[in-house]
Design a protein around this ligand. Sequence first.
Ligand SMILES: Cc1ncc(COP(=O)(O)O)c(C=O)c1O
Length: 453
Amino acid sequence: MEHMPTRRTFISRTVAAVAGLELAGTYSPLTFARSNAAKPAILGGSPVRTEPFPSWPQIAENDEKGWESVLRHKEWCRLGAKPSYATQFEETWKSMTGGKYCLATASGTTALLTSLNALDVGPGDEVLVPPYTFVATINVVFLQHALPVFVDTDRETFQMDANKVEAAISAQTKCILPVHLGGSPANMDKILTVAQNHNLPVLEDACQAHLAEWRNQKVGQIGDLGCFSFQASKNLNCGEGGAILSNHQELMERCKSFHNNGRAVTPSGYRDTDYLINGSNFRITEFQGALLVAQMSRLDAQSRTRTENATYLTKLLSEIPGITPARLYDGCTRNAYHLYMLRYDKDHFGGLPRDRFLKALEAEGIPCDKGYTPLNKQPFIEASLNSRAFRKIYTDQELSRYRERNQCPENDQLCGEAVWFFQTMLLGTKHDMDQIAEAIRKVQENAGELVRS
Ligand SMILES: Cc1ncc(COP(=O)(O)O)c(C=O)c1O
């Protein structure tokens, strides 16, 4: 912090330096350099930053060793592998999260699908979901021929608005599926209270929330089941992969059986000849397991670096008018910061549209994104409702009622003002954070010119 000049001191020091040189009659390439630096990069000026942010994933010797050992032992499938990296991952993830049972899966999507099957969510049921999430959260509900009922978003936090959950419950509601979006926990106190009052299970989508905490408890094992993703962009990554956590033995046994083509689960493992339920193959491979075991040795330290940088960035950005970082709920004791999310108000940027703001920021060397579009308005919703299966299951009247309820005005607004930075950007230094803030201030100072250009 001490090394960081405030905007005012920076400008006055620079102006004084330039003025000093000019007064002394010195040749001033600095004057040129300064005006070029002050000009937005998108209009031909010099960018604030030319260095790339840290690359992802980060690899070390243990990744290579684990991977090679699977290769050489020729036990690439977890069934029969001894010792099994998949099992070692599950044991370690349990101890890192405090969950009683853990099952590794092929992906976050298959973890969610397996969990919905374990909870017996099916045709005619409704599942309460947020509209501000990755499409997989919704896809899995439709795949079960159930209806995803959208609960509007709390714009300040980007999370499902827990105050609106109760009003969305109907006689058909089978499950509440909150997402810890961006790695920031949803309001679990309120969601769990409503769930208990209505005797509904809670399935946490923690796919973006590795090691995040609600009141000092790791997310993913606070509700009945919790799902994680280890897809390439995630804070814990093995290319593709997933996991389910639970503290309920029976639910976990159903998950295990379902993800292994409905085989019976025995204390010693899996029996091949008893097929108890209809299932599928969503098993993780030993290669994925080995990478996870290696990668998780760095997860906690990386997570702490992200938190430190994100906390510092929030301080810097909160001083910029028109930039509002996502608020954390009081119960959030740890944010995984898979995404750094903020709201952009163009009125403080001379009316500069968000897309132009993002392009200007990119040109300054700061990667950024506008985030999700309103999922509840995507064409796949209507396509699902109009599909043969849905028209067999639901009456026209039921589908019309569903369409009428499908309104999320707060989320619509959020989708027009959100800005994201990525987790890898938080793995660098404080100086990197300074440059993010500097680039935003630079765009703001030049907003008039950018609007006219
Ligand atoms: C919130 C959320 N849910 C579910 C998923 C699905 O995970 P996967 O890509 O591993 O299938 C993701 C991953 O992108 C996600 O971000």
